[in-house]
Design a protein around this ligand. Structure first.
Ligand code: ADP
Ligand code: ZN
Length: 642
């Protein structure tokens, strides 16, 4: 539910960031060029023909007889002649006449006559010219037809088998068999478990449909780049032994309006033909981002609408399951996430220590290793690395071994390539130094411990200090509380103390303040402001409404609605309230310092602690406290009970 933003660069380098260079648009250029070329030809032909006028052969003879002809030119099959009358005109106004040349007759007679009359005779190297002209005509026709054909195919492909315009060449990749199973995906047990059901469903849909159960049509894999979302989707297809359709949301980005939509339609059509199968849409945020932002383009909306329609339209009992992956679930359109669509979110976490070890094992399966290789040490060193990093690391190590002329990979290779792959390039914020790790651990435990001690219920289901989705370095998954419609002031105070508990722990343990608490501070301030200005919970202002909440479903922020003097006073009141709860949170932690240390230590070693484990620590501590209380000599526990 909450993750704290310690990371100055929250999204980190996005492996899939849609920054592939746009394809050069050569095609339209060629077409335009050709069209212009042909038009110019046509015009040129028309101009050159425009001053030609046809005459019959007898007319020609008449002209000849009358001595009216000035010039004659023989071309392949015609005689072009200029009359004296025309020759007298301005050159631009001259009209040339032509008539058919009577072939198969002896034209020497004609030539002699012309010579006698002193008419200049021209002979174009006609055959060649004609052949060249014909070849030229044929070539340009072929080219034109070729271009048209190509265009049609292209359009046909883009419009996804629209009408009879040619087979779709949509960028859909289909793998009959992915050849990947869950054995290839290390760690990610929770994700696998959630996907297990889908596999079972693909194996025998009747089992589900006979009861009348509807299976989810889709599941959304959420996690940082490289955590193995694609791999998992492929593994689902491999386990279920069904074909795997792959398309990436970013493929839609550079397309014309309407093309994306028809591609989606086409994808689902193809899938329906070979069902049961898996459709996997990578980077679904590229199409699925919410429609009410300024950034949405009409084209994207169409694609998204089509996607929604297809998901609603397909019959899941046929065995089509749509998986999608994203690392930005928060930007997705709500319509995509509503029940019946991608209502299941499967978190694909960054691997913890055990997960990293397993991934390393999977990827070193086929690599020859020397005896000294200690994968556990490597796994410990790579906190924050994702599967893709580790796969890359192992490969780099193998390359290094080859470079060094060795027959097997040794530990040194692995550690050296770790530096290259993960720490090297830019010390991606995902790998924490030891001190950072300790801070994150104490910070998170601080929140959890305050909450647990104050609420007397298990406050969290899990804390991890594995850098997490969207850049949070630590991550606390709070126990979902029952939906609440009312909160009392006391409860809100506990909430406030919990929120500042993270920072309190930093100060209690390290005597310092980190940037990791920024998000906590913002939330605590917002809550405090609401308590004072909306809920009427301050003694100073009583029941006066001092601010209003605007756009509840968007930002749910309170805007001050009072005089400036009052606003300044409110600010002071907020400050006091926060200072008070912060002091209280610090008190709680100071009184339970040993417990804080114990739990943080555990978290540092294991990287993950569950709510149950946390509560076990607290209970053990309380039992110990009770024992000392029972012995009459030590009534010290009193103060703690509050
Ligand atoms: P994503 O789709 O989440 O960005 P991929 O599934 O494309 O990540 O993972 C990239 C590569 O990283 C995979 O091909 C695989 O080699 C490796 N990898 C990632 N996660 C795991 C894992 N849990 N187990 C084994 N290999 C993994
Ligand atoms: Zn925090």
């Amino acid at each position: 539910m909450n993750d704290q933003q310690r990371n100055p660069n929250p999204n980190g380098p996005n492996k899939n960031g849609g920054n592939t260079p746009p394809k050069p648009k050569i095609f339209p250029l060629i077409v335009t060029g050709l069209i212009i070329f042909l038009m110019m030809n046509l015009i040129a032909g028309w101009i050159s023909n425009s001053s030609l006028e046809k005459k019959t052969y007898s007319e020609f003879l008449d002209y000849l007889q009358a001595g009216q002809i000035a010039e004659v030119e023989f071309t392949g099959d015609r005689i072009i002649f200029l009359t004296k009358e025309e020759a007298a005109k301005d050159e631009r106004l001259q009209i040339n006449y032509y008539t058919g040349l009577i072939t198969n007759t002896d034209n020497t007679n004609l030539v002699r006559q012309l010579r006698q009359k002193g008419i200049s005779i021209n002979q174009k190297p006609q055959d060649n010219a004609a052949t060249v002209y014909i070849i030229y005509q044929i070539l340009s026709t072929v080219l034109l037809v070729g271009v048209m054909w190509f265009l049609m195919r292209k359009i046909g492909a883009m419009s996804g088998g629209m009408g009879g315009m040619g087979q779709s060449k949509a960028k859909v990749y289909m793998e009959k068999e992915t050849g990947i199973t869950f054995a290839d995906v290390a760690g990610q047990d929770e994700a696998k478990e959630s996907l297990e059901e889908i596999i079972d469903f693909l194996h025998n849909p009747q089992k589900y449909t006979s009861i009348g159960a509807k299976l989810p049509k889709g599941a959304l894999l959420v996690g940082s780049p490289g955590t193995g979302k694609t791999l998992l989707a492929k593994a689902v297809a491999g386990e279920a032994n069904v074909p795997f359709f792959f398309i990436s949301g970013s493929d839609f980005e550079e397309m014309f309006v309407g093309v994306g939509a028809s591609r989606v339609r086409d994808l689902f059509q193809q899938a329906a033909k070979v069902a049961p199968c898996i459709i996997f849409i990578d980077e679904i945020d590229a199409v699925g981002h919410t429609r009410d932002t300024k950034f949405g383009s009409g084209a994207n909306d169409q694609t998204l609408n089509q996607l929604l329609a297809e998901i609603d339209g397909f019959d899941s009992s046929k065995g089509v399951v749509c998986l999608a992956a994203t690392n930005r679930p928060e930007v997705l359109d709500k319509a995509l996430l509503r029940a019946g669509r991608f209502d299941r979110q499967i978190i694909v976490d960054r691997p913890n220590l055990q997960g990293r070890l397993d991934i390393l094992k999977v990827h070193t399966r086929k690599i020859r290793l020397t005896e000294d290789v200690d994968l556990r040490q490597l796994a410990q060193a790579t906190a924050g690395a994702v599967g893709a990093d580790l796969a890359n690391l192992v490969n780099e190590a193998a390359l290094r071994a080859v470079r060094k002329g060795r027959q097997a990979v040794n530990q040194e290779d692995l550690l050296a390539s770790f530096e290259v792959v993960i720490a090297g390039t830019e010390k991606k914020n995902t790998v924490l130094t030891d001190i950072e790790k300790r801070m994150v651990a104490y910070h998170e435990v601080g929140h959890a411990l305050v909450a647990a001690l104050e609420k007397h219920v298990t406050p969290v289901t899990k804390i991890t200090i594995v850098p997490h989705t969207s850049g949070a370095l630590g991550y606390t998954m709070y126990t979902p509380e029952e939906e609440r419609f009312l909160s009392t002031k006391d409860e809100l105070m506990v909430e406030l103390r919990t929120l500042v508990g993270g920072r309190a722990a930093e100060e209690v343990v390290f005597g310092t303040r980190s940037t990791g608490a920024a998000n906590d501070i913002a939330r605590a301030t917002d809550l405090a402001r609401k308590m004072i200005t909306i809920y009427g919970m301050s003694d100073r202002f009583g029941l006066m409404a001092l601010s209003t909440v605007q756009s509840k479903y968007l930002e749910n922020q309170a805007y001050m609605d009072c005089s400036q003097a009052t606003a300044a006073e409110v600010d002071r009141e907020i400050q006091e309230l926060l200072a008070r709860v912060y002091g209280e949170a610090k008190d709680i932690l100071l009184r339970n310092r040993s417990l804080l240390d114990e739990i943080a230590q555990y978290l540092l070693i294991k990287e993950t602690i569950t709510g149950a484990e946390l509560m076990a620590y607290i209970e053990a501590d309380q039992k110990a406290a009770q024992k000392t209380e029972e012995t009459p000599s030590a009534p010290a526990g009193e103060g703690d009970a509050q």
